[in-house]
Design a binder for this molecule. Structure first.
Ligand code: HAM
Length: 432
């Protein structure tokens, strides 16, 4: 009988080294930026009661079409998290922290989306949230955190470069501002219903705001002519939006006002923003986004505390980096390759000793010939080979050879040294 053969499920991928090394560096840099800004990490569960996520809005694709939900063996309706914000709010409601509660996260999210480049069913996000303050300075702080982080991976919010990310900014006003605007939107689209795509006509019944998010070509003209929310927002929400703009200008973070930016989730109020990478195709160029969600914590059974945050898509941001030729994978070569032909335990012991001295060390196995081991040392990219044959073993020495590719091979230092004193000189050879 033929053995079964398996592939990773559609929309999922194996990340392998050196991509994983880059992933780790990326998340470490984010952790560092978040810690600098006073955020502590949260590790929420990967799945929750599906109700936690249906609060994100029945009219959003994320909930209506893309939720990975199922009944568990105990008959509970469970969903894999499609994002972290709802989990963070649920966690706050459950664990009440001092406010403003500043927390960041990294991990996978799951959406049953149509897989394509930059769009996966399992993808990773880093993000940050603040619960418990209306202060628009926090909106600015979060946008600054995202922008400074982009800079660290070689992307810039300055426009016109191949490595640019455009920060698009809007205010959705307060919940109380919504009815008048929704009515205006309804009448705009209703008056031109025949010109609207079938899908958007359906969305219009559920949530007219979402129609503004339509990327369908047939809707473009009507969407562009739609009334804009900023004409309907309260003085208070307007003043907060002014403050956000002034703050970004003071921090020299360029932005573009995008009056029809509504984003793909329904919980947003006041400030909303999105980062679009110049180097990616328009359909998948959103490398991050966020905004305020005053009301979500209360919706999830907590006190009526406001919230604001963002999430960056790791997969997509790294694609943008690739396209812009920035943030290459770090060098993962080992420092030292141990070559042993004694057939004894020397290779094993020397490798262990050098690793305990803090070096990155690897070796050949299976009792290969000296020639094969030297070839492996070369291929490994190690800067130093440490060689032990019968003569060295008998004399208690090792031969040390620099393998650095920036030198001619006959110009590379090689010397024999006492094994008990090998670490210092090897470390010296590793200096840049
Ligand atoms: P979002 O815009 O749905 O927002 O997702 C944030 C980022 O995750 C997107 O900009 C994109 O880079 C990435 N992303 C989303 N879906 C996929 C996918 N299928 N494949 C690859 N990458 C994807 C949120 O998730 C909100 N929770 C952000 C937020 C935090 N708002 C307030 N706080």
């Amino acid at each position: 009988m033929a053995r079964p053969s398996f592939q990773a499920a559609p929309g999922t991928r194996d990340l392998l080294s050196p991509d994983t090394d880059r992933w780790r560096l990326f998340t470490a840099l984010f952790a560092e930026e978040a810690a600098r800004a006073g955020f502590g990490q949260i590790v929420p569960p990967m799945f929750e009661d599906a109700g936690v996520f249906t609060r994100l809005g029945e009219a959003s694709d994320v909930v209506s079409k893309e939720l990975y939900d199922f009944e568990d063996k105990g008959g509970r309706r469970i969903a894999l998290r499609p994002e972290f914000t709802a989990s963070v709010c649920r966690a706050y409601a459950q664990n009440r922290q001092l406010t403003p509660w500043k927390t960041w996260y990294v991990g996978s999210a799951f959406r049953y989306d149509k897989p394509q480049k930059g769009r996966y069913r399992q993808f990773d996000q880093v993000g940050a949230e603040v619960i418990g303050s209306h202060d628009p300075d926090l909106d600015i702080e979060l946008i600054a955190l995202a922008s400074r982080f982009y800079e660290r991976v070689g992307l810039t919010t300055t426009q016109g470069q191949p490595n640019s990310v455009t920060l698009m900014l809007n205010s959705l006003g307060d919940k109380a501002d919504r009815p008048a605007y929704l009515a205006a939107l309804q009448s705009h689209f209703q008056a031109n219903l025949g010109e609207l795509s079938e899908q958007s006509a359906k969305t219009l019944e559920l949530n007219p705001l979402r129609v503004l998010d339509s990327k369908r070509r047939e809707d473009a003209e009507l969407v562009a002519a739609a009334p804009i929310l900023s004409d309907f927002i309260s003085d208070e929400a307007g003043a907060a939006f002014e403050r956000v703009q002034a703050g970004l200008a003071a921090l020299n973070i360029p932005f573009t006002i995008a009056p029809r930016l509504v984003r793909g989730l329904d919980y947003y109020t006041r400030t909303t923003f999105e980062f679009a990478a110049t180097s990616l195709d328009a359909a998948q160029n959103a490398v991050g986004g966020g905004g305020r969600y005053d009301g979500l914590v209360a919706d999830l059974g907590g006190p009526d505390e406001p919230g604001v945050g963002f999430a960056l898509g790791i997969d997509r941001t790294l694609l943008a980096c690739d396209e812009a030729s920035v943030f290459a994978a770090p060098d993962t070569a080992v420092d030292v390759w141990v070559v042993s032909t004694t057939g004894d335990l020397d290779g094993l012991a020397i490798t262990d000793e050098l690793r305990r001295a803090g070096l990155r060390v690897d070796r050949s196995f299976d009792h290969r010939s000296m020639k094969a081991q030297m070839k492996a040392a070369n291929r490994s990219g190690a800067a130093v080979a440490v060689i032990v044959g019968d003569d060295e073993a008998a004399a208690g020495t090792v031969s040390v050879r620099s393998m650095r590719s920036d030198r001619q091979s006959d110009d590379r230092p090689q010397f024999e040294i006492s094994r008990s004193e090998m670490v210092g000189p090897i470390k010296e050879l590793l200096l840049p």
